[in-house]
Design a protein around this ligand. Structure first.
Ligand SMILES: Cc1cc2nc3c(=O)[nH]c(=O)nc-3n(C[C@H](O)[C@H](O)[C@H](O)COP(=O)(O)OP(=O)(O)OC[C@H]3O[C@@H](n4cnc5c(N)ncnc54)[C@H](O)[C@@H]3O)c2cc1C
Length: 915
């Protein structure tokens, strides 16, 4: 930047850039660029996978030259922007005036004004550019230069350098007058100096000090004096901490620098497994829009911090770059524990924590058929589900006698095991793996009891350990079994260093859930902002769907409280297990377990958390409601205002009621003003109930709006579409809605449009509105796989057709079943298999049977007079005609038809929609 800076400012800039991890090779001519490196003329070699050329610009004069216009460096024009050829002008970066070209937007704009005035015969003035200086921000460092930069022998040079702040100021004075200004770091006086440059006032020595800044700099201006807040770890909790900082304006008080070891910015690890069900890394991202640019926060991805120097307040990254910090927050999360078993590092052994882990698992699964998960806890079962979705025959190996030993009691674990085994997942409990040995065609797991298990790949999910290596090497106090010890304010043993999330140990506890981590993030941000706040522990209740089975555990699920009593309800045929633990006096709920049906979870959890008095017969809380009895639901009315409804974002019933009183009357509005139900989403139903309760309290009629984008009910949307002849979602939202739409209104409008106009569903205008089933021509099932039903009008199928279906079912290992509508359903196809399966079905002459759509499904029939002794008419022929005529017809609901050929009614036509 020698055009703008002198030697001293240049050196300061290079130093600051080096602190930010950018090194500058000066006096370095580039000899050659290779795919791996940049070779310098002095023999140095800089390794580089990417090279960006920024070696200046040249006015674009090709056209002008070919037209014979006079050009030197630029197209030569006079001060009225006219070339020598009448009628031809030139403005902007391509033109040259008195030997000068212009590379900044301001003079080019002024040229445009001058030319426009001339062409409009408005007279106007000649172009004269008065340099008002260049103000730049180079990676967060403020620079300003105006007038002369390079001093000549006749110039005097007045300088000041503040060694503490690093601010530098140099004034060039010629014949007693200011001729050039250079400011580095603090540019608050730039405007004053620009004015002084254009006066004849004699220069004063005092100008090199800060005599112009009479006001303290306004909040929000970026100056080099801001202290640095460094955050190590950009995971879920780290990012929540940044959001909390922004909400408290801490990004304006601090220069915030974030280090993330992964190549992705923070993403939703809780919903990581959805990546296997087709969710993209982008859609899992937690970073909204231009969050970092908008708030001036610096994010350094793929940069692990490797050292903390507490004395000199510096952190060091893997490449040796250092950053000075004033406050340091560690949010390094945890890492998967891999038991020390010989063979645990074989290439076919994986862990399940990051997007990169999932990519590696998916890549290996392509050529594998068997997978084993070591660990039968919550995450192990989630990993097992993933392997199953990838098409592997899957087994879970657990050291303890029970699955999910932390959360479930014996009864709950037994029921869960039964359900999981039924899904085809092998469960091996009380198995200590002693070694993993490679074999010719896979791996062998050897167990302590002498048994063994063969597999192609292993996923370890045997628990997590706090990622505390950094803190350990810096001498920060850890717990006996690891974890960075923090107090109620999330402060570690080192001054100005905080720890939050899964790496932090509070009261000797590590919380492996996201909600407590979010609470810590709020506390740490609050403490930095000077608020009085404290982390006082968190509830570890969990509700999940594991391998399609609802499982919930809360409070003292194992009944360990002295004197506690428990009630259990087991519905064998439906495989439902429910248990509650109550206090010795039977008045308080202490905990519980729900397997197979967790619909009572929200109610029970609130009763426990708010210490609501139990009914005289507590068992009624888990027993099925008998006909005629009062509803057992607790009802939101009974909850105190302090009841925490959303634990991820710490939103209470009172907060939601307040938001409603302040005008929020839809779930969308509640979400955006309180953030409730935007974390793990487990509280969505309860949030809606509280909102509706409060609206009813205020005497407000609860709106039937379909969502926040359309202030209409479904019925009203239908009328609008029909009466106004609206044919696309775009037209509808432009005229009657707002925003971009969501997953509620899009499929709804798609269905209404299809019912009204029956246009081709996969037209580009309609495609984004359709449910996944309509897009994939298959029906998503509860385990995430799909089922496929080829159309068979009236149940007719040729032997070749049957053979083709049989081959396909065999090739893709699909479960096949005859449906009630006389067709064959093929179950268990994975998303990525669907295009191949459909290609083969189409080649065999089949088309989709719309077994998923709100459309005509099938026209069932008996064989009619063609074959049957009693048949009086050709029922099959009519059914085939009807099915072909109405297939693809869309409606608000699915339609089934049937034709019977006599009064015996073998096709059950009278119980169909049309018979
Ligand atoms: C498959 C799966 C399912 C889950 N399901 C649930 C659930 O249903 N409910 C629930 O509450 N919780 C669930 N969790 C747990 C939840 O994801 C964690 O509690 C949460 O992610 C913790 O956030 P964190 O920011 O503390 O750690 P993380 O999200 O792990 O983030 C820490 C980040 O710091 C980075 N890092 C570490 N060291 C360094 C370093 N030296 N320099 C730079 N960066 C570093 C790491 O690479 C990582 O990106 C699940 C976790 C997994 C893996």
């Amino acid at each position: 930047m020698e055009q703008q800076l002198d030697e001293q400012a240049g050196a300061l800039l290079a130093q600051r850039l080096a602190e930010r991890g950018i090194s500058c090779a000066l006096n370095a001519g580039v000899e050659r660029v290779t795919p791996q490196a940049v070779l310098l003329s002095d023999g140095r070699e800089i390794p580089a996978a990417r090279v960006v050329m920024a070696t200046g610009v040249r006015p674009n004069i090709t056209l002008a030259q070919s037209a014979g216009l006079a050009c030197q460096r630029g197209i030569i024009v006079n001060r009225r922007l006219a070339t020598a050829v009448p009628g031809v002008s030139a403005i902007g970066e391509c033109c040259e005036i008195d030997g000068q070209t212009f590379g900044l937007v301001a003079p080019c704009m002024q040229q445009a004004d001058v030319l426009a005035a001339r062409l409009a015969d408005n007279g106007g003035e000649d172009f004269h550019w008065q340099d008002s200086g260049t103000r730049l921000k180079v990676t967060g460092i403020d620079l300003f230069s105006a007038g002369r930069i390079q001093a000549t022998p006749e110039d005097e040079s007045w300088c000041s350098l503040d060694p503490v702040t690093g601010h530098y100021r140099r004034l060039l004075v010629r014949h007693g007058q200011l001729a050039g200004v250079l400011l580095f770091g603090d540019c608050a006086s730039a405007a004053t100096f620009t004015d002084l440059l254009h006066t004849t006032q004699p220069a004063q020595a005092g100008w090199i000090f800060d005599q112009f800044t009479t006001q303290p700099s306004a909040a929000g201006t970026q100056t080099m004096t801001k202290p640095t807040l460094a955050l190590v770890g950009h995971g879920m909790v780290g990012h929540h901490f940044l959001e909390q900082c922004v909400s408290r304006n801490l990004h304006q008080q601090y220069q915030i620098v974030v280090f993330g070891e992964e190549r992705y910015a923070a993403y939703d690890r809780v919903h990581l497994s959805e990546y296997f069900a087709g969710r993209s890394a982008d859609s899992l991202s937690l970073v909204a829009g231009d969050f970092f640019a908008e708030h001036g926060i610096e994010l350094r991805l793929s940069q692990a911090v490797t050292g903390i120097d507490i004395e000199s307040r510096v952190i060091r990254d893997a490449e040796g770059h250092e950053l000075h910090w004033d406050k340091l927050v560690l949010a390094t999360g945890s890492y998967p524990f891999v038991p020390p078993i010989p063979g645990n590092d074989l290439p076919d052994c994986f862990v399940y924590r990051t997007l990169d882990d999932l990519d590696a698992i998916a890549a290996r699964a392509k050529t594998a058929t068997r997978g084993v998960v070591i660990g039968g806890g919550l995450l192990g079962l989630e990993a097992a589900n993933a392997l199953r979705q990838l098409g592997l025959s899957t087994a879970v190996v657990e050291f303890a006698p029970n699955l999910m030993a932390v959360q479930l009691d014996n009864g709950g674990a037994a029921m869960l095991r039964e359900k999981i085994v039924e899904l085809g997942v092998g469960v091996h409990t009380s198995k200590a793996t002693t070694a993993i040995t490679p074999m010719a065609d896979g791996l062998m797991l050897n167990f302590a009891d002498g048994s063994s298990l063969e597999t192609d790949m292993v996923v370890f999910s045997a628990g997590i350990r706090p990622q505390d290596a950094l803190a350990r090497s810096a001498g920060i106090r850890l717990g006996e079994r690891g974890g960075i010890a923090v107090d109620n304010q999330c402060r570690t043993s080192a001054a100005d260093i905080y720890a939050i999330g899964e790496c932090a140990l509070w009261d000797n506890k590590i919380y492996g859930l996201v909600a407590p981590g979010y609470q810590m993030a709020r506390v740490a941000a609050g403490v930095l902002a000077g608020e009085a706040c404290a982390f006082t522990g968190a509830d570890m209740s969990t509700k999940l769907k594991l391998l399609g089975v609802d499982v919930a555990s809360f409070g003292d699920a194992q009944g360990r409280t002295a004197g506690s009593q428990s009630y259990q309800w087991i519905h064998g045929p439906e495989q439902v297990y429910k248990k509650i633990v109550v206090s010795a006096d039977g008045k308080q709920l202490l905990g519980g377990v729900l397997v197979g049906d967790a619909s009572d979870y929200a109610t029970l959890l609130q009763m426990m958390l708010n210490e609501i008095a139990l009914p005289s017969r507590p068992e009624s809380l888990i027993l099925p409601a008998l006909e005629g009895s009062a509803p057992k639901a607790l009802g939101v009315a009974a909850l105190p205002d302090s009841a925490q409804i959303c634990s991820c974002h710490n939103v209470s019933k009172g907060d939601i009621c307040q938001a409603v009183s302040a005008g929020a009357s839809s779930i969308g509005a509640i979400k955006s003003c309180t953030k409730a139900a935007t974390g793990c989403g487990g509280c969505s139903a309860l949030v809606k109930q509280v909102m509706e309760y409060q609206l009813a309290q205020q005497g407000v009629e609860v709106k039937k709006d379909i969502c926040e984008h359309f202030p209409y009910s479904r019925q009203e949307i239908y009328h609008l579409v029909r009466v106004n002849r609206i044919h696309t979602f775009e037209q509808l939202i432009q005229r009657y809605g707002h925003g971009d739409g969501c997953e509620i209104c899009k499929p709804l409008v798609g269905s209404v449009l299809a019912s009204c106009w029956n246009e081709y569903l996969l037209k580009p205008a309609h495609l984004p509105l359709q449910d996944t089933n309509d897009r994939y021509f298959a029906n998503i099932q509860k385990d995430g796989t799909y089922s496929i039903v080829p159309r068979m009008p009236a149940g007719e199928v040729t032997p070749d057709g049957l053979i083709a279906i049989g081959h396909i079912a065999k090739r893709y290992a699909l479960y096949s079943k005859i449906t009630g509508g006389q067709r064959i359903d093929l179950f268990g196809a994975r998303l990525e298999q669907l295009p191949d399966i459909w290609r083969e079905l189409l080649a065999a002459g089949f088309e989709t049977g719309h077994a998923y759509g709100k459309s005509l499904r099938t026209v069932k029939s008996c064989v009619g007079s063609t074959w049957c002794r009693y048949g009086v008419q050709d029922s099959t022929g009519l059914a085939v005609t009807l099915e072909h005529r109405y297939k693809g017809l869309r409606a608000p609901h699915k339609i089934k038809m049937a034709v019977s050929g006599c009064t015996r009614e073998c096709a059950e036509a009278q119980s169909k929609d049309v018979g």
